[in-house]
Design a protein around this ligand. Structure first.
Ligand code: NDP
Ligand code: 8X3
Length: 253
């Protein structure tokens, strides 16, 4: 039976790839993001295989999230799978030089936006005793690296929130999975480096980074499990990336 899948941040990267994978299965998709023209292009690409509803949505705007996700057309209202994917990093400088506005944007999007979408859709899932929340965290939520400051912390929030959701949902058939990828080549670094194409390209060059499709495969894996089974976490990285130990600074002499 076709599932109803709502994906945040479907206009690029992982979100668009996840939409393609669900569409290939004939699932019914609600694609959301701020850039409507990108969503329209994606709908044109996928509408021969899936029914698609678009919602222009800024997940940071609580009243917009509440209003738009509570007013989904009937055929899309009973959301089975929420993929909380919308998110971003801004900047890679040390905390003492970071822009507070960038920190606000990351917290508002990666933490608060994700909780708004979850809170609106969760009661329906519990009432139907059926549903799956898939949160996209990051390896940066588990492993510190210079410049990850608030980005990493926001993704640690996503990891912990996912586990805490599971605790609250015990006794229901609503599932929660958290996928924590390492480096994948999307528009992520272009956004992080504020449009600096060369810097973004340079980061991925020679790294054999993961692709958006790799992450979409993981989303399909967790959502295709038999109903009695919950995949809690997946952490994934390209073979070229690893948590590489603690640094020690020694005084000379
Ligand atoms: P992209 O920049 O390619 O895509 C990000 C998506 O998020 C876009 O569709 C964008 O849509 C959406 N988005 C950003 N801000 C908002 C907002 N305020 N409201 C609604 N949508 C928003 O990056 P990725 O696909 O790589 O990233 C997707 C998720 O994966 C993010 O949460 C990211 O932190 C995480 N991640 C990425 C990794 C990577 O290496 N690429 C690794 C680990 C995790 P629009 O601008 O149209 O609103
Ligand atoms: C982004 C993954 O490893 O570039 O969330 O920090 S990493």
């Amino acid at each position: 039976m076709a599932r109803i899948v709502l994906i945040t941040g479907a206009s690029a990267g992982f979100g668009a790839a996840i939409a393609r994978h669900f569409a290939a299965k004939g699932d019914r998709l609600i694609l959301t993001a701020r850039r409507l023209e990108r969503l329209e292009k994606l709908r044109a690409e996928l509408e021969s295989s899936a029914q698609i509803h678009l919602v222009q949505l800024d997940v940071r705007d609580r009243s917009q999230v509440e209003e738009k996700l509570r007013q989904l057309p009937e055929a899309f209202a009973a959301v089975d799978i929420l993929v909380n994917n919308a998110g971003l990093a801004l900047g890679l400088g040390p905390a003492q030089q970071a822009e507070l506005d960038d920190w606000d944007t990351m917290i508002d999007t990666n933490c608060k936006g994700l909780t708004y979408c979850t809170r609106v859709l969760l009661p329906g899932m519990v009432e139907r005793n059926r549903g799956h929340v898939v949160n996209i965290a990051s390896a940066a939520g588990s492993y510190a690296y210079p410049g990850a400051n608030v980005y990493g912390a926001s993704k640690a929030f996503v990891l912990q929130f996912s586990d805490n959701l599971r605790a609250d949902l015990l006794g229901t058939r609503v599932r929660v999975s958290c996928i924590a990828p390492g480096m994948a080549e999307t528009e992520f670094s272009l956004v992080r480096f504020k449009g600096d194409v060369e810097r973004a390209r340079g980061l991925y060059a020679g790294s054999n980074a993961m692709t958006a499709s790799d992450i979409a495969h993981a989303v399909m894996y967790v959502t295709d499990q038999p109903e009695h089974l919950n995949i809690n976490h997946i952490e994934m990285m390209p073979i070229t990336q690893a948590p590489a130990g603690l640094k020690v600074l020694k005084t000379p002499g």
